[in-house]
Write a protein that binds this ligand. Sequence first.
Ligand code: EPU
Length: 334
Amino acid sequence: MHLRQNFSLKSYNTFGIDVPAEYFTALSDINSLEEIAAIQKQKHILGGGSNILLTKPVKGLVIHNKLKGIKIEKEDDNHVWVRVQSGELWHDFVLYAINKGLGGIENLALIPGTAGASPMQNIGAYGVEAKDTIESVTFWYWNERTFLTYASRECAFEYRDSIFKHHLKDKAFITSVVYKLDKKPKYNTSYGAIEQELESMGVQELSVKAIAYAVMHIRISKLPDPKIIGNAGSFFKNPTIPQKLFITLQSSYPKIPYYKVNDTMVKIPAGWLIEQCGWKGYKTGFTGVHAKQALVLVNYGNAKGSDIWKLSGEILNSVKERFGIELEREVQVW
Ligand code: EPU
């Protein structure tokens, strides 16, 4: 194990924030976990760094997940079970699946980050969530220095949420995930923008590849490329509000977009709320709100994590004041 001290994390987070880690090591072999566990420092796991905001120097040990490998575990006439090591890039796994014509994750193309973050965050887009294909999650349990495997139902998956953000927060290092993919895919194109994109691409016959390409086109057109403009995707979660509050809002804003969650709750796009408050395209110093998607906060160069944190607080306050809705940050703050 190679332990670095006072190590810059600038190229390890997609916001491109330059703060040091007190200690840093890369993990490419699960057998090193025992040795790392013996280090008496607070441990932080870093995957693709695409969902974190670094606001101060990180105390303790940052472990960069470089566990690699994608392997078919078993298959039957309808499904293939694939084990993916947690340090694989999520999009590389999507490419693997679509190249084999396997369905289930094509709507999740181009989501940044690693496969290990997919259960943690229950990543989702265009009407599909990671939990729909996750069969099981294997993790190293620091407290007992052993590997455990949880079936999907034990992971408490919710919208952008799981047991790994609560009960197992900082206690589990996800090492691999098994996904159950479809040999006979059921396509999900219900999200309006996908239909439109497939049409403008001139797609006659649906395939997992065509859907993934449509999703990639949409994402590229709306979301900033972190290699060019630092960002962490959606900064806030879309809030779920009571139907009663929604009806009041709808009478003042008849065009408010929404998704029905159940008979009593409605989900509102945070991007719309933020745009209504006038933040879309806003810029101050090196930070700002993306001009094509108000849910994405950006670093135009030398922003500090604390600048982005401050801007996010101002946005929270203005949405609260105008709509009475409390937004919740989606990114992890270190
Ligand atoms: N909208 C606005 N203004 C904006 C942004 C959005 O009015 O600046 C409106 C759109 O017109 C549309 C609605 O809000 O009516 C939804 O917008 P969009 O389809 O862009 O999706 P979103 O709800 O803003 C969520 C996910 C994204 C995911 C997309 C597509 C969350 C927090 N975000 O965004 O996920 O790609 O749906 O499914 O749920 C991420 O988590 O990092 C992420 C990018």
